[in-house]
Design a protein around this ligand. Structure first.
Ligand SMILES: [Zn+2]
Ligand SMILES: [Zn+2]
Ligand SMILES: [Zn+2]
Ligand SMILES: [Zn+2]
Ligand SMILES: [Zn+2]
Length: 301
């Protein structure tokens, strides 16, 4: 048993030694030297600059074997950026890059947010209705609107109908922003004609009327009128016109009216008296009849 334990211990030691040898062999070239192991010493050094690698050379003092180590440039030599997360319109993305001189060097950075890519669309304003500008992002659909103030009517004179003597004229105004908007303004008529001189058409004769007319220079209206006939010369003396004032008639009518009033004035009291007396007489007659009847009945004598 003790023998087996010793064998195990030897094996373990051998494995450890082998591992140590392997490690030391990686640090230095594997070539064996006459002295067993190289005895290297630094023989040359080129210092690294910011952009260029430096170099250190080692030479074995026993066999003269050389090897060199690179001293990396003091600045990183970055590779291209690799995107880890794409940026959006409003959020920054992420990226990284690796140093090509030393893979252990990484640099992380942000990719700035893209900002919205707005495209504009317009609803034109009317004279009274407001318009709208819409900005919509082509990437994320974000949108906002801006009001466009109404244009207001811009009326310009588009036509004019001159007034005539009696007919009113008008001015037509049309909106420069929208031809559907229009209004009219009335121009009052002049109110009178601009007549030329009277022109005789048919001269008046003896006993016959003539005609003449005048024309309006503005509207062309023709106004006719007759010319009085000339007097016809006669041999008979002109008859006296009848007396148009019947003085006697007036006197007679007045007298009649007065007498009629007078008679009416007399007649009314006469009639009143006549009817009163007739009524009284009838009452007396009735009374006498009743008295006579009573006397007959009771035999008074
Ligand atoms: Zn050597
Ligand atoms: Zn680096
Ligand atoms: Zn956007
Ligand atoms: Zn308008
Ligand atoms: Zn006229």
């Amino acid at each position: 048993m003790r023998k087996i334990k010793r064998i195990v211990r030897i094996c373990r030691t051998t494995v450890l030694l082998a591992a140590l040898l392997c490690l030391s062999a990686r640090a230095a070239p594997l070539d064996e030297c006459d002295a067993g192991r190289h005895r290297y010493a630094e023989t040359q050094r080129v210092a690294a600059t910011a952009m260029e690698d430096g170099r250190v050379e080692y030479t074995c003092g026993v066999c003269g074997h050389q090897y060199a180590d690179t001293i990396f440039a003091t600045d990183h030599l970055w590779g291209g950026w690799v995107t880890d997360r794409r940026p959006t319109c409003t959020e920054a993305g992420e990226r990284h890059r690796t140093c090509t001189r030393d893979q252990r060097h990484d640099q992380y950075g942000a990719i700035p947010a893209l900002g919205h890519d707005y495209k504009e669309s317009i609803v034109n304003p009317g004279c009274e209705q407001a318009g709208e500008k819409t900005f919509a992002c082509t990437r994320c659909g974000d949108k906002y609107t801006e009001r466009i103030a109404p244009l207001k009517h811009e009326y310009k004179e588009a036509g004019k109908l001159e007034p005539s003597c009696l007919e009113p004229g008008k001015k037509t105004f049309v909106c420069a922003n929208d031809s559907a908007h229009s209004y009219e303004e009335s121009i009052p008529a002049i109110g009178s004609h601009d007549f030329d001189e009277w022109q005789v058409e048919t001269p008046a004769g003896e006993g016959t009327e003539g005609t003449e007319a005048r024309k309006c220079a503005r509207c062309g209206l023709v106004e006719p009128r007759t010319i009085a006939a000339l007097p016809v010369p006669t041999t008979e003396p002109p008859t006296e016109p009848p007396d148009t004032l019947p003085v006697m008639d007036i006197v007679l009518v007045s007298a009649n009216a007065v007498s009629l009033g007078f008679w009416a004035f007399l007649l009314i009291p006469y009639l009143v008296c006549f009817f009163y007396i007739r009524k009284r007489r009838r009452i007396v007659e009735e009374r006498d009849a009743l008295r006579k009847e009573a006397d007959d009945l009771y035999g008074y004598e």
